[in-house]
Design a protein around this ligand. Structure first.
Ligand code: GDP
Ligand code: MG
Length: 164
Protein backbone atom coordinates (compact mmCIF):
# COMPACT_ATOMS: atom_id res chain seq x y z
CA UNK A 1 0.00 0.00 0.00
CA UNK A 2 1.08 3.54 -0.60
CA UNK A 3 -0.40 6.97 0.12
CA UNK A 4 -1.39 6.13 3.66
CA UNK A 5 -2.86 8.64 6.12
CA UNK A 6 -3.07 7.67 9.79
CA UNK A 7 -5.40 9.44 12.19
CA UNK A 8 -4.07 9.33 15.74
CA UNK A 9 -4.87 11.01 19.03
CA UNK A 10 -6.40 10.33 22.41
CA UNK A 11 -9.83 8.69 22.69
CA UNK A 12 -12.97 10.69 21.91
CA UNK A 13 -11.42 13.52 19.89
CA UNK A 14 -13.34 12.43 16.78
CA UNK A 15 -10.90 10.25 14.83
CA UNK A 16 -13.49 7.70 13.75
CA UNK A 17 -15.92 10.45 12.77
CA UNK A 18 -13.30 11.93 10.42
CA UNK A 19 -12.39 8.44 9.17
CA UNK A 20 -16.02 7.74 8.30
CA UNK A 21 -16.34 11.11 6.57
CA UNK A 22 -13.21 10.41 4.51
CA UNK A 23 -14.15 6.89 3.45
CA UNK A 24 -17.82 7.76 3.02
CA UNK A 25 -19.20 4.58 4.58
CA UNK A 26 -19.53 3.12 8.03
CA UNK A 27 -16.57 0.92 8.77
CA UNK A 28 -15.18 2.03 12.10
CA UNK A 29 -17.17 2.06 15.30
CA UNK A 30 -18.20 5.51 16.50
CA UNK A 31 -19.40 5.59 20.06
CA UNK A 32 -20.01 8.06 22.87
CA UNK A 33 -17.75 5.93 25.04
CA UNK A 34 -13.97 6.44 24.98
CA UNK A 35 -11.67 3.89 23.45
CA UNK A 36 -14.21 1.87 21.55
CA UNK A 37 -12.03 1.40 18.48
CA UNK A 38 -9.64 -1.26 19.67
CA UNK A 39 -7.53 -1.76 16.60
CA UNK A 40 -6.70 -0.28 13.24
CA UNK A 41 -9.38 0.19 10.63
CA UNK A 42 -8.55 0.77 7.00
CA UNK A 43 -10.54 2.58 4.36
CA UNK A 44 -10.04 4.07 0.92
CA UNK A 45 -10.57 7.70 0.11
CA UNK A 46 -10.14 10.02 -2.84
CA UNK A 47 -9.74 13.78 -3.25
CA UNK A 48 -9.36 15.68 -6.52
CA UNK A 49 -8.60 12.45 -8.35
CA UNK A 50 -5.94 11.33 -5.86
CA UNK A 51 -6.53 8.05 -4.09
CA UNK A 52 -5.21 7.26 -0.64
CA UNK A 53 -5.80 4.92 2.28
CA UNK A 54 -6.86 6.03 5.73
CA UNK A 55 -6.08 4.26 8.98
CA UNK A 56 -8.29 4.88 12.00
CA UNK A 57 -6.70 3.98 15.32
CA UNK A 58 -7.86 3.48 18.87
CA UNK A 59 -6.75 6.10 21.36
CA UNK A 60 -3.25 6.26 22.73
CA UNK A 61 -3.24 5.88 26.49
CA UNK A 62 -0.02 6.11 28.49
CA UNK A 63 0.99 5.22 32.04
CA UNK A 64 -1.36 2.31 32.17
CA UNK A 65 -1.00 -1.35 33.05
CA UNK A 66 -4.22 -2.25 31.26
CA UNK A 67 -3.32 -4.99 28.78
CA UNK A 68 -5.94 -3.75 26.31
CA UNK A 69 -4.53 -0.26 26.47
CA UNK A 70 -1.07 -1.65 25.81
CA UNK A 71 -2.48 -3.36 22.74
CA UNK A 72 -4.06 -0.07 21.59
CA UNK A 73 -0.72 1.70 21.96
CA UNK A 74 0.96 -0.99 19.86
CA UNK A 75 -1.65 -0.51 17.14
CA UNK A 76 -1.06 3.25 17.16
CA UNK A 77 2.70 2.75 16.77
CA UNK A 78 2.13 0.33 13.89
CA UNK A 79 -0.17 2.84 12.17
CA UNK A 80 2.43 5.60 12.57
CA UNK A 81 5.05 3.30 11.09
CA UNK A 82 2.86 2.47 8.10
CA UNK A 83 1.72 6.03 7.41
CA UNK A 84 3.07 8.51 4.89
CA UNK A 85 1.13 11.36 6.48
CA UNK A 86 -0.03 11.54 10.11
CA UNK A 87 -2.99 13.49 11.41
CA UNK A 88 -2.66 14.23 15.12
CA UNK A 89 -6.17 15.05 16.26
CA UNK A 90 -7.06 17.12 19.32
CA UNK A 91 -10.39 18.36 20.64
CA UNK A 92 -11.29 22.06 20.95
CA UNK A 93 -14.35 21.21 23.05
CA UNK A 94 -12.20 19.73 25.86
CA UNK A 95 -8.99 21.61 25.15
CA UNK A 96 -5.39 20.57 25.77
CA UNK A 97 -4.91 17.53 28.01
CA UNK A 98 -1.98 15.58 29.49
CA UNK A 99 -2.70 12.73 27.08
CA UNK A 100 -2.33 15.14 24.15
CA UNK A 101 1.05 16.18 25.58
CA UNK A 102 2.18 12.56 25.89
CA UNK A 103 1.14 11.95 22.36
CA UNK A 104 3.00 15.02 21.11
CA UNK A 105 6.16 13.75 22.83
CA UNK A 106 5.87 10.48 20.95
CA UNK A 107 5.31 12.21 17.61
CA UNK A 108 8.20 14.66 17.99
CA UNK A 109 10.66 11.93 16.98
CA UNK A 110 8.77 10.89 13.86
CA UNK A 111 10.32 12.11 10.61
CA UNK A 112 7.13 12.25 8.56
CA UNK A 113 4.64 14.98 7.70
CA UNK A 114 2.45 15.44 10.78
CA UNK A 115 -0.52 17.78 10.83
CA UNK A 116 -2.19 18.96 13.97
CA UNK A 117 -5.94 18.74 13.50
CA UNK A 118 -8.10 20.64 15.99
CA UNK A 119 -11.49 18.97 15.72
CA UNK A 120 -15.00 19.98 16.83
CA UNK A 121 -14.67 23.47 15.37
CA UNK A 122 -18.35 23.33 14.45
CA UNK A 123 -18.58 27.10 14.19
CA UNK A 124 -15.84 29.55 13.20
CA UNK A 125 -15.80 31.19 16.66
CA UNK A 126 -14.13 28.13 18.05
CA UNK A 127 -11.06 28.67 15.82
CA UNK A 128 -9.72 30.97 18.55
CA UNK A 129 -9.89 28.16 21.12
CA UNK A 130 -7.52 26.10 18.98
CA UNK A 131 -4.49 28.36 19.43
CA UNK A 132 -3.62 26.72 22.77
CA UNK A 133 -2.63 23.58 20.84
CA UNK A 134 0.46 25.36 19.51
CA UNK A 135 1.84 24.61 22.98
CA UNK A 136 2.11 20.98 21.90
CA UNK A 137 5.19 22.00 19.92
CA UNK A 138 4.11 20.15 16.80
CA UNK A 139 6.06 21.98 14.14
CA UNK A 140 3.43 21.98 11.41
CA UNK A 141 0.28 23.67 10.24
CA UNK A 142 -2.75 23.61 12.50
CA UNK A 143 -6.02 22.71 10.80
CA UNK A 144 -9.33 23.58 12.42
CA UNK A 145 -12.04 21.21 11.32
CA UNK A 146 -15.40 19.77 12.25
CA UNK A 147 -15.52 16.07 11.47
CA UNK A 148 -19.21 16.27 12.26
CA UNK A 149 -20.21 18.93 9.71
CA UNK A 150 -17.19 19.01 7.40
CA UNK A 151 -15.96 22.51 8.23
CA UNK A 152 -12.31 22.92 7.17
CA UNK A 153 -11.92 19.40 5.82
CA UNK A 154 -11.36 20.59 2.22
CA UNK A 155 -8.24 22.56 3.18
CA UNK A 156 -6.97 19.59 5.17
CA UNK A 157 -7.52 17.24 2.23
CA UNK A 158 -5.70 19.66 -0.11
CA UNK A 159 -2.72 19.52 2.26
CA UNK A 160 -2.81 15.74 2.71
CA UNK A 161 -3.00 15.03 -1.02
CA UNK A 162 -0.19 17.50 -1.80
CA UNK A 163 2.07 14.66 -0.60
CA UNK A 164 0.63 12.15 -3.08
P1 GDP B 1 -12.55 8.79 18.57
O1 GDP B 1 -12.58 8.08 19.89
O2 GDP B 1 -11.41 9.74 18.50
O3 GDP B 1 -12.61 7.87 17.39
O4 GDP B 1 -13.85 9.73 18.51
P2 GDP B 1 -15.28 9.48 17.82
O5 GDP B 1 -15.19 9.70 16.35
O6 GDP B 1 -15.81 8.19 18.30
O7 GDP B 1 -16.11 10.70 18.42
C1 GDP B 1 -16.22 10.89 19.81
C2 GDP B 1 -17.41 11.80 20.09
O8 GDP B 1 -17.17 13.11 19.55
C3 GDP B 1 -18.71 11.33 19.44
O9 GDP B 1 -19.76 11.62 20.32
C4 GDP B 1 -18.81 12.17 18.18
O10 GDP B 1 -20.13 12.34 17.76
C5 GDP B 1 -18.22 13.48 18.65
N1 GDP B 1 -17.63 14.27 17.56
C6 GDP B 1 -16.78 13.84 16.60
N2 GDP B 1 -16.45 14.84 15.76
C7 GDP B 1 -17.13 15.94 16.18
C8 GDP B 1 -17.20 17.30 15.72
O11 GDP B 1 -16.60 17.72 14.72
N3 GDP B 1 -17.98 18.15 16.45
C9 GDP B 1 -18.67 17.73 17.54
N4 GDP B 1 -19.40 18.64 18.18
N5 GDP B 1 -18.63 16.46 18.01
C10 GDP B 1 -17.87 15.57 17.34
MG1 MG C 1 -12.52 5.79 17.31
Amino acid sequence: MSNIVAIVGRPNVGKSTLFNRLIGSRKAIVNEESGVTRDRNYGKSEWNGKEFSVIDTGGYVSNSDDIFEEEINKQVLLAIEEADVILFMVDTEIGLTDLDQNFAKLLRNIQKPIYLVANKVDTSERIYDASEFYRLGINSDLFCISSANGFGTGELLDKITSHF
